[in-house]
Design a protein around this ligand. Structure first.
Ligand code: FAD
Length: 468
């Protein structure tokens, strides 16, 4: 039987990063993955393929809507070849997952393909896909088994017409009318992909606003912009039934007045969140406790109730984000190696990759109000930037919230072109506990979208933005 210092179960951005960091720190490491490709949800059916399709569909939309204004004339039709678009997406995925194979070899990590399940607290059985089984022993075990799409109890996901994000990433045709249940990140990103490719898109959301976890100002602006792009929104709608009749999908929901509303489409994307995944793990054999929501229970050191077993990523509490999983992967490896790492969960940024992009870090206005913290707010519209006019990306704003007395930046909320990249400046500033005045006094290259961060900081400090 092979013995290891650490065995990692699951090879998503949590698991594979944990394995690399363990190997870097000199530990003999194994990783177990039930699928034949490494990389987990993020690389195979999450972050990477969705961004590949967002980019392809963005190019198409630019060509049909904006090239003319830029003085680029196309002779003949611009057409979508969905099969080719999906194949390009798959090529990006394959290249990226192949990169993880390379990293495992480079770091001398043993990769086991098969379902890992606990025999006890130091032994894992691996049920291989060819029917064989193997047992390994490890002093420490990291559970990184991730998450799967959630569903509503009354919905029968047939995976053809009533689908999750996984199927939406490989459709064979552009839907005529896609119904999207859930106005969160995944539903909006994939909804926008198919809207750009020609589908009618109707979002049905239970809460009274989309991206309900983010600052209300961002929800409002994103709704406004996506409505201009002709995506339809039905907030405060409680879905009661989803039925497939031939090639049609009928969704019935109660609106906020309790009246029944019916929606008809040819595809229905169910994007109502994700659930932690521990199926087949046999956590009970090791005595590992799950909480009431099916997540592996961990303490502040990501340690389970069994001292040599840790858990990270989507399978534990906190934001279900790839970069949060990766930070936890590094942290656990360093803890096992005897170091004292730390993650500031307040500084994990959240991003929506629609166009315009939405990104945020720190506290929302509502959170500051609820906590009774007095704050100042400075906001700057993207349309006031020369850079935005040059690229015709006029929608959105950047808002900085700073402590009323100390001026420390407490939250940054942005919607606009390249917000996903711009948010890194806010994370750095907040990590070093910068004041709004600090940012206001830093030189930002001109013309850039980042100038809006400086202007918002100027607005937050004595209302002295220069270009509004
Ligand atoms: P996962 O990536 O889910 O990996 C877990 C792995 O464990 C899987 O490969 C699974 O097969 C394996 N596994 C499970 N049980 C066992 C077992 N018993 N034995 C062996 N292997 C097992 N996040 C972002 O930050 N940015 C984005 O842009 C983004 N976009 C997304 C788009 C979509 C459509 C989706 C669905 C998700 C997106 N996410 C995004 C979320 C992101 O994918 C997850 O937060 C991230 O993958 C979590 O990483 P993880 O390592 O915890 O788990």
């Amino acid at each position: 039987m092979n013995s290891y210092d650490v065995a990692v179960i699951g090879s998503g951005p949590g698991g594979y990063v944990a394995a690399i960091r363990c190997a870097q720190l000199g530990m003999k490491t194994a990783i177990i993955e039930k699928y034949s490709t490494l990389g987990g949800t993020c690389l195979n059916v999450g972050c990477i393929p969705s961004k590949a399709l967002l980019d392809s569909s963005h190019h198409y939309e630019e060509a049909i809507k904006h090239f003319d204004t830029h003085g680029i004339e196309i002779s003949g039709d611009v057409k979508v070849n969905l099969e080719k678009m999906i194949a390009r997406k798959q090529a990006v995925v394959d290249q990226t997952t192949g990169g993880i194979d390379f990293l495992m070899k480079k770091n001398k990590i043993d990769v086991y393909e098969g379902l890992g399940s606990f025999k006890d607290a130091t032994h894992v059985n691996i049920a291989k896909n060819d029917g064989a089984t193997e047992e390994i022993e490890a002093k420490n075990i990291i559970i990184a088994t991730g998450s799967k799409p959630s569903n509503l109890p009354f919905i029968n996901l047939d995976k053809e017409r009533i689908i999750t994000s996984t199927e939406a990433l490989k459709l064979k045709e552009v839907p005529k009318h896609m119904l999207v249940i859930g106005g969160g990140v995944i539903g909006l990103e994939l909804g926008q992909v198919y809207k750009r490719l020609g589908a009618e898109v109707t979002v049905i959301e239970f809460m009274d606003r989309i991206i309900a976890g983010m600052d209300a100002g961002l929800s409002k602006e994103l709704t406004k912009v996506l409505k201009k792009q002709k995506i339809k929104f039905n907030t405060s709608h409680k879905v009661k039934s989803v039925e497939r009749v031939g090639d049609e999908v009928i969704v019935k929901a109660d609106n906020k007045n309790g009246e029944e509303v019916e929606f008809k489409g040819d595809y229905c994307l169910v994007s109502v969140g994700r659930r932690p995944y521990t199926d087949g793990l046999n956590a009970e054999a090791a005595g590992v406790k799950l909480d009431d929501r099916g997540r592996v229970e961990v303490n502040g050191h990501l340690q389970t109730n069994v001292s040599n077993i840790y858990a990270i990523g989507d399978v534990v509490k906190g934001a279900m984000l790839a970069h949060k999983a990766s930070e936890e992967g590094s942290m656990v490896a360093e803890i096992i190696a005897g170091q004292k790492p730390h993650i500031d969960y307040n500084l994990i940024p959240g991003v929506v990759y629609t166009w315009p992009e939405v990104a945020a870090v720190g506290k929302t206005e509502q959170e500051l109000k609820d906590a009774g913290i007095a704050y100042k707010s400075g906001q700057f519209p993207m349309r006031a930037l020369g850079r935005s006019r040059a690229s015709m990306d006029l929608d959105g704003f950047i808002k900085i919230l700073a402590d009323e007395k100390t001026d420390e930046i407490l939250g940054v909320h942005m919607i606009g072109a390249r917000a996903a990249d711009l948010i890194a400046e806010a994370v750095v500033a907040m990590e070093y506990r910068a004041s709004a005045e600090d940012i206001a006094r830093m030189s930002h290259a001109h013309p850039t979208f980042a100038e809006a961060i400086k202007e918002a900081a100027l607005a937050a400090t004595e209302d002295r933005a220069l270009h509004v």
